[in-house]
Ligand binder design. Sequence first.
Ligand code: NDP
Length: 233
Amino acid sequence: MSEKVVVISGASSGIGEATARVLAKAGHQVFLGARREDRLAALADEIGGGYAPLDVTSRESFQSFVDAAVERYGRVDVLVNNAGVMPLSLMDSLKVDEWDRMVDVNIKGVLNGIAAVLPRFTGGGHVVNVASVGAHMVMPTAAVYCATKYAVWALSEGLRQERDDLRVTVISPGVTESELADTITEDFAASLMEDFRKLALPATAIGDAIAYAISQPAEVDVNEIVVRPVSQR
Ligand code: NDP
């Protein structure tokens, strides 16, 4: 079966949107989730596929989202756990609400997705978790963000080890064009990101990596792909 039913969190912009475009073009059935429903509706209309509102921080919302995909297509083959936020700041700034939001979206959101989809997989299944190069290195202002991405890496690896019939892939992008930096509220962190973002890859580069992992034969599990601009250290 080469055509997959793929549910994608955070499909309203950036990497999730680009991934939906790449996968739809490759013939997969995509089901889009995020909070900005107007964007999902426009994208689904353009590329084909379905959508439903999704707040990944709510277990019930993720469950309803996956249920809606199963209702539409009869099954789910792949979950792309892509939704994420990155309000970078120095820890001294004590932006504790933003720490909470990163933990809620970037870690709990990924776990909620896994919990919603595992019972729905029939005969295998594939979880693709979008981490970051920040799952392998830490930078000033990115302590909490990187901690969430290290967590995504760790829980992906643990899930992979526990199951013989499940493919688990970590996608770790370097700097990529998207709206992610818009979540930064601290001037110092925003100024650090300004030069960095000039290196950014188009988001389709990450969509292509996800498409590659998904399209491998059933016995091949691509465990991790790190994709970064050639000039990013
Ligand atoms: P964007 O800000 O463009 O996209 C983030 C997506 O997450 C949006 O679709 C947003 O949708 C969704 N989202 C945020 N909060 C929630 C929520 N509570 N429930 C559901 N959806 C939510 O950024 P990117 O495309 O860059 O981010 C995608 C992933 O890539 C993230 O996990 C990010 O950490 C990772 N990444 C990005 C890099 C980059 O340089 N761009 C580098 C490394 C990793 P909405 O607001 O409509 O809910």
